[in-house]
Ligand binder design. Sequence first.
Ligand code: ACM
Length: 482
Amino acid sequence: MTTLDAHAVVPVPAEVHPEPGVSFQLRPDAAIRSDSASAGAYLAERLRPPTGYPLPLVDAPPAHGIELLRAGAGVHPEEYSLWVDAERVTIRSGTDAGLFYGVQTLLQLLPSTVEAGTVQAGPWTVPGGRIVDRPRYAYRGAMLDVSRHFFGVEVVRRFVDRLSRYKINVLHLHLSDDQGWRLAVDAWPRLATVGGASQVGGGGGGHYSREEYAGLVEYAAARHVTIVPEIDMPGHTNAALSAYPELNADGIAPPPYTGVDVGFSSLSVDKEVTYRFVREVIGEVAALTPGPYIHIGGDEAQSTTPEDYRTFMDRVQPLVTAAGKTVIGWHQIGPAAREPGRIAQYWGSSESPDDDLRAALAQGDRILLSPSNRVYLDMKYDAATPIGLDWAGHIDVRTAYDWDPAEILPAGADVAGVEAPLWTETVETPADIDRLTYPRLPAVAELAWSPQRSRYWPDFRARLAAHEPRWAHLGIEFHPEY
Ligand code: ACM
């Protein structure tokens, strides 16, 4: 890269002002000064292995190096500026999150060998100039379904680490479904030990202990990623129903389910024990989750009548509020009475909003956009993709990228942001996760972060190609055709 406007930063920054003829070259005598201990330590940890430089964290402005300054609150709390001159790179933000995003941008301005785990040759040059950047949407998410196939904390941590490189700030964990319950709950221990011991296709499944989950939340927070836990209800509950007979309408526990059908299970809406169960589970999940949201699912409740569904949601949503959290539900919650601040997650088509979405909009819900024909990461790229589903269509990288979130909903709708879900019926290994996620997740990250006027497919495609060597260094098995 010779000048700053030739950058390949993803998501594309809001403003880029090159200063031709000026460049910064990181030398062995460089130091880092940071007003954010976490952002400074993160930057040093990312730069030391590939450069082999000591990069001490210092208290005074370094003669040569990188400064992260808590200064100049921007128009948006996550805004940052990045200034590159001959001796110094200076990142400023009013928040630690903004400094972290500035660090990600700086790392993407360095050669791709910065992603290597061993010492590389350099030179470590950054073209001179200035970037000013801020997100379009506050909620920029990915979802991982750990229920259909279970993935342990190491895999989820790596997923978080990689999403944070693209300024994604929410990881929604789909923690319960028919095939498995994945979080230990003290008051209902068989959820994990019985409900967690299965997955699609058989096999042992698994679950997170409370400590593992708390550790994951902490790891994500250090990367400015908020965990949104989902307990899907009243359908998608066979794992819970198989663990506790009393939650079933007929009092009989079904066997574990290892298939891929949907819509056959329901918590008993008429029994009081159901609401004690939900209150205690939500209470424990809320206590383990510092983030503001609890997702209560609510999709595909096809074995619950519409009346029962409303009765259930009218009782369950206030339990989330009482636990100090904001409700998120799949947009089928639209017709049910709304709790303050509720977010409805839209997973229909980008072309045809439905009655449940209209009901959510009429009630003033904020909408999280996950149109299944655009951002469902479990859809095949094309007919040749070996894993994945196709009920919402094939989603090549351009289809995932080339749409405007502002155009799906009527003017005035309150869009919280965009989230790309990865359902795992066909996803069994970390490499499977990678192949469906890259490069579509970076496409969604740019959609959620960058101004619409700065997004242009041919330009994005070229920047994406420049990330391939980065993914190779990270061991990401990406889908190569786009
Ligand atoms: C969904 O895909 N059932 C939300």
